[in-house]
Design a protein around this ligand. Structure first.
Ligand code: CA
Length: 134
C-alpha cells in the first residue's frame, strides 16, 4: 500500500513515515502542498495524510485541488487544531477522515486501514463516492 504524507514538520513527518514503513507501507514524503500535488500526480497513491498548516498553501486547499484534479484516493487530515470547524471544513473539502495531532501510531494505522477497506469496498461494489453506504 502506498501512502503519501504531506506534512512540513520534519520530525513528525519522519516519525509518521517510519511507523508506516515498519507496518509495510510504501511512503512518499512531501513537505509542501505543491510537492504533495506533484507526488499525487506521479505515483499510484492509495491514501494520503494531509496536514492543514502547510507553508505554501492550506491543507484544505490542497484537498480541494486533489479532488478537482480527479484524485479519488482516501484523504486523512492531520491537524494540531482541535477546533471542530477545521474538521468540518476539511471533510467538506473532500477529506474522508481526520486525526488530531499528536496521535498514537496505532490509531493512525487503524484509521488508514479503515479508509483503505472502505475504498476497496466502493471499488468492488461499483458505488460512487458520496453515496451512502447503507
Ligand atoms: Ca504544519
Amino acid at each position: 500500500m502506498r501512502v503519501l504524507i504531506v506534512e512540513d514538520d520534519v520530525a513528525l513527518r519522519h516519525s509518521l513515515a517510519g511507523n508506516l514503513r515498519a507496518a509495510g507501507f510504501t511512503v512518499d514524503e512531501a513537505a509542501t502542498a505543491a510537492e504533495g500535488e506533484y507526488f499525487a500526480g506521479e505515483f499510484a497513491v492509495q491514501v494520503a495524510l494531509v496536514d492543514l498548516g502547510l507553508p505554501d498553501r492550506s491543507g484544505i486547499d490542497l484537498v480541494r485541488r486533489l479532488r478537482a484534479a480527479g484524485r479519488r484516493f482516501p484523504i486523512l487530515i492531520l491537524t494540531a487544531r482541535e477546533h471542530w470547524q477545521d474538521k468540518v471544513t476539511g471533510l467538506n473539502a473532500g477529506a474522508d477522515d481526520y486525526v488530531v495531532k499528536p496521535c498514537h501510531p496505532d490509531e493512525l494505522k487503524a484509521r488508514i486501514n479503515a479508509l483503505l477497506r472502505r475504498a476497496a469496498g466502493q471499488a468492488r461494489d461499483g458505488r460512487g463516492r458520496g453515496q451512502p453506504m447503507v
